[in-house]
Design a protein around this ligand. Structure first.
Ligand code: 13P
Length: 250
């Protein structure tokens, strides 16, 4: 059985006082059976980890460098995230692919770096609106999946997040049929490459405008094992409601 995962991506939001939201969230999710993860900005990983210590809430990073250490001004390594208390790292988010020119090969190297450091990697894929309109969605996510997920990844610690770029921060979501189509396709593509058992062990998250009001219907979609949530993860009340919806999903 795949353990469901509710992951929050705070992006470039949050100051020290925001850690109070993590404390509040921890109070709301004490009985949940799903995994709960908050990925605050790198500046808050250590502080957030301390706040979440002894609670079900795990903390993650939003990106990591491919190297363990070295002359890479401004970057953060997977080992540093572990040292700060992180359990996961997001790699290949579309905002990093767009803002920092990250290629599939770089994303795969980052996922490798995460695994080497003992971090779970949440590897993001997803099409732009133009690509969807052109009918290229499955081809795009297949290429991203093939090239962003490294060989020999561990099933338990690798998570795939499908985030249609046009659904991120827009309030728009794909239809449930569209989400099912992509998630079923991702599972089949992983099975063809890694085998049925491995593919069945990997969590597939949906991301893009998930909120308390649409979470339950999205979590009922086949092959959706949780969500990667941006805006609605910033407030404990909203994210707690999403965790609750995931906990109640079959
Ligand atoms: P929103 O939930 O704000 O649309 O962001 C989704 C996302 O990009 C999470 O990584």
């Amino acid at each position: 059985m795949r353990r469901k995962l509710a992951a929050g991506n705070w992006k470039m939001n949050g100051l020290a006082a925001s850690v109070d939201e993590i404390t509040a969230l921890a109070g709301m999710v004490s009985d949940t059976t799903v995994e709960v993860l908050i990925c605050p900005p790198a500046t808050l990983v250590h502080r957030a980890s301390s706040a979440a210590d002894g609670t079900p809430v795990m903390i993650g990073g939003q990106d990591c460098h491919i190297a363990e250490s070295g002359a890479h001004t401004g970057d953060v390594s997977a080992e540093m995230l572990v040292d700060a208390g992180a359990a996961y790292v997001i790699v290949g988010h579309s905002e990093r692919r767009a803002d920092h020119g990250e290629t599939d090969a770089m994303v795969a190297a980052k996922a490798d770096a995460a695994e080497r450091a003992g971090l779970g990697a949440i590897i993001c894929v997803g099409e732009t609106e133009a690509q969807r309109d052109a009918g290229d969605t499955l081809a795009i996510v297949e290429t991203q999946l093939s090239n962003s997920v490294p060989e020999g990844v561990s099933v338990e610690t690798t998570v795939i997040a499908y985030e249609p770029v046009w659904a991120i921060g827009t309030g728009r979501t794909p239809t449930l049929e569209q989400i099912a189509e992509v998630h079923d396709f991702l599972r089949a593509t992983l099975a063809a490459r890694f085998g049925e058992d491995a593919a069945n062990g990997m969590r597939l998250l949906y991301g893009g405008s998930v909120k308390p009001s649409n979470a339950a219907e999205i979590f009922a979609v086949s092959n959706v094992d949780g969500a990667l949530v941006g805006g609605a993860s910033l407030k404990a009340a909203d994210f707690g409601a999403i965790v609750e919806a995931l906990n109640e999903a079959d």
